[in-house]
Ligand binder design. Structure first.
Ligand code: MG
Length: 170
């Protein structure tokens, strides 16, 4: 089986759009330190799987094509550094729905694991929302929560910035 680094997108790979959604490539700003996570994964034999809630689609504020354009741009930036995500899972369901894929539910992780034969117990989920840590815990990964948090039961590790994750991964 494979081990994987599951990565939230907004706040881990790119700067968050506070109070809105990233609907086009020009709004996408890479967090440079996220590259260290892809480098770590490559060096240590981990797949990289991006798992991202995108309810802006469910709200009708953007289309799947808009998201596809943003992800094509993201992948082009990563490719400049020699990195290619092994999978990108997104969920357009609204928070108000009882979605099995929208984080904190683990559906996106489960679907990726089925496709890529991933063992959760040797995998990590990294995100900047409590729901990311919860999704990881529900699936059975180790979890790192990035941000100004304390005492979140689902987070195995908490750090202030993406750049600190690599030290925790080891
Ligand atoms: Mg996030």
């Amino acid at each position: 089986m494979n081990k994987a680094l599951f990565l939230d997108r907004d706040g881990i790979i790119n700067e968050r759009m506070i109070g809105g959604y990233i609907t086009k490539p020009s709004e996408f700003t890479l967090i440079p330190e996220s590259l260290t996570l892809f480098a770590w994964a490559k060096e240590h034999g981990y797949l990289t799987v991006i798992v991202t809630n995108q309810q802006g689609i469910g709200k009708g504020l953007m289309t799947e094509q808009d998201l596809s354009n943003v992800h094509a741009y993201m992948c082009s930036l990563l490719a400049e550094h020699g990195f290619t995500p092994d999978a990108i899972e997104f969920c357009s369901d609204l928070a108000s729905t009882n979605s099995s894929r929208r984080k904190p539910a683990p559906g996106m992780l489960l679907d990726a694991a089925q496709k890529l034969d991933i063992d959760f117990s040797s995998s990590w989920m990294i995100g900047d929302s409590i729901s990311d840590a919860q999704a990881g815990k529900h699936a059975g990964t180790k979890t790192i929560l990035v941000g100004d948090y304390s005492d979140i039961p689902e987070a195995d590790f908490i750090c202030a910035h993406v750049r600190e994750c690599e030290k925790i991964l080891g």
